[in-house]
Design a protein around this ligand. Structure first.
Ligand SMILES: [Fe+2]
Length: 287
């Protein structure tokens, strides 16, 4: 059992069991779908300019600029090492808490950016919104991103852990079954490497609710969409200084795919989750 803060509300003592970031899946999926997006993007680039201008003229709420600047400032503080990882998680949840999702969608041009998504398979499609130029993003010395992840019912962000990054995942439409895990240890084994995971959350997330991850808390995650056109809005900061070193190396997207459904337990409530390839993980969890 653990206390978990999700978006607008705090849910205490959620029963436990258990990834686009931002993330391996995220990035792989992003690559898989980039061509589709660029096609749609090119076709609507002129329209986008008009819509964006109208949105600004029409009055994007001032508090969304405050939110956007707060997001940039938070990432700058983390990238510079001025705050601990878990403080970034807490402040991200506070930043997104109570935000009007309709305003956020308009502010980030959500409807236009995601309109072309058709979800031919169970992997996520992605789109990257942009903050207005008035938001000062100078001096964020690590790579960071903001990104929409969309999928159909049954689609998944397949289970994985991360090395040296943080991310936040705010449900913006639809519903997800979210499972998160603390990563207790990396184990190298001649038969196959595995990670010891402690379940920290097993819950349905509705719009406005969110999860976060870092090296220090809820490092593993796995999301399954429970409604057609389910979307998260993600924020991530990668290539963080090595606040924690890991036995197992991640791929170039800071991800390690695991299978948290394995029966093996260590006797102390930890899941012995084998490290698996992206292909095997996708075949099992997003087929
Ligand atoms: Fe992830």
């Amino acid at each position: 059992m653990t206390n978990v803060t999700v978006g607008r509300q705090v849910t205490g003592a959620i029963a436990t069991h258990l990834p686009p970031c931002e993330s391996a899946t995220y990035k792989v999926v992003a690559m898989l779908n980039r061509r589709q997006f660029f096609g749609a993007f090119a076709a609507s680039a002129a329209l986008y300019s008009v819509c964006r201008a109208e949105a600004v003229v029409g009055g994007v709420p001032r508090n969304l600029d405050t939110w956007g600047q707060g997001l940039a400032d938070l990432n700058r503080d983390l990238a510079a090492g001025r705050i601990p990882l878990t403080e970034w998680q807490n402040r991200m949840m506070a930043l997104d808490s109570g935000i009007d999702l309709g305003d956020l969608r308009r502010y980030l041009d959500f409807d236009r950016l995601t309109a072309a998504m058709t979800f031919p398979d169970k992997l996520a499609q992605t789109a990257d919104p942009k903050l207005p130029r008035t938001i000062n993003i100078n001096g964020i010395e690590r790579h960071w991103f903001i990104r929409f992840f969309g999928m159909r019912r049954g689609g998944a962000v397949i289970p994985h852990v991360h090395n040296n990054m943080v991310s936040a995942h705010l449900v913006i439409e639809g519903q997800f079954h979210a499972r998160t895990f603390d990563r207790e240890a990396d184990m190298q084994d001649p038969v196959g490497d595995f990670v010891l995971l402690r379940p920290t959350l097993d819950a349905q997330l509705a719009p406005g609710q969110m999860i976060t991850m870092s090296d220090d808390r809820d490092n593993g995650h796995w999301l399954v969409a429970e409604a057609d056109r389910s979307f998260t809005f993600d924020v991530g900061v990668v290539a963080l200084s090595k606040t924690r070193s890991y036995t197992l190396p991640a791929n170039k997207y800071s991800m390690i795919f695991v299978d948290p459904t394995a029966d093996a337990q260590d006797g102390y409530g930890l899941i012995r989750a084998p490290v698996v390839s992206f292909e095997d993980c996708a075949a099992k969890f997003a087929a």
